[in-house]
Design a protein around this ligand. Structure first.
Ligand SMILES: [Zn+2]
Length: 236
């Protein structure tokens, strides 16, 4: 409710699905997903990053902070980041005079990749990046082909952007240390990434997105199932 959230980002959102996702709700939702994925072992150490989009103009997201145990995040640890043109930074809402968050936390180092995905796919409302063992194994094995091809698996139907019975080709990207360059790489490959709402990253993990946090979570679960299945199948 307006007035109850000191960090509230208001304004009309022409894309609709994000309308009504207040900052306070987005923060609670992200903290819940972070705790869930941490409990599954998908965000070990302080790794992984999750975001939800709360406004389109300017593009504004709530994202997990860098270097913090993802199993212990509270809603107020979640940060608001806005993109203006080619630059992004902490939204000025609620910052100290030195431009820092009251908690001193910094946005995820991989924020550039989140923005690249939100810009490439404007209906996206959530981007989740985690490190599962099987996504890392499969990505590393298949990176030289640029994709993992699968056919006829029931679970592929969960990716609604795939046509029924179409051969599934899950993109695999190389791991690029320069995160701004990684974001540019994602944008350049957007056409290829359009068919599956996620990709694997060699020696690293995976990212999935969706219109909502719930959809992005489902896509992560499907992707991890496919990776576990493929790895076990190829070991037989
Ligand atoms: Zn990562």
């Amino acid at each position: 409710m307006k007035g109850s959230d000191p960090f509230a980002v208001t304004g009309s959102d022409p894309l609709g699905p994000f309308k009504g996702l207040t900052l306070s709700r987005a923060r609670r939702e992200l903290a819940r997903y972070a705790a869930l994925f941490y409990a599954r072992g998908w965000m070990p150490g302080t790794s992984g990053n999750l975001s939800l989009k709360i406004a389109s103009r300017p593009l504004t997201i709530v994202i997990t902070p860098s270097g913090v145990d993802k199993g212990e995040l509270t809603p107020h640890d979640l940060l608001v980041v806005t993109k203006w043109g080619s630059r992004w930074g902490l939204a000025p809402l609620g910052l100290t005079q030195r431009g820092q968050t009251p908690s001193g936390l910094r946005p995820s180092a991989e924020t550039a990749i989140h923005f690249a995905l939100y810009e490439a796919f404007p209906t996206t409302g959530a981007v989740f990046h985690v490190h599962t063992v099987h996504s890392t194994l499969v990505a590393t094995r298949h990176v030289r082909h640029g994709a993992v091809r699968m056919r006829g698996l029931e679970m592929l139907k969960g990716f609604e952007t795939l046509a029924p019975n179409a051969p599934g080709a899950i993109p695999v990207l190389p791991n690029i240390d320069d995160l701004a360059a990684f974001g540019d790489h994602v944008k350049r490959h957007a056409a290829r990434l359009r068919h599956v709402p996620g990709f694997l990253i060699a020696h690293h993990g995976m990212s999935c997105w969706g219109k909502t946090g719930g959809e992005a979570k489902q896509h992560l679960e499907l992707m991890d199932f496919l990776c576990q299945y493929l790895w076990e199948w190829q070991r037989r």
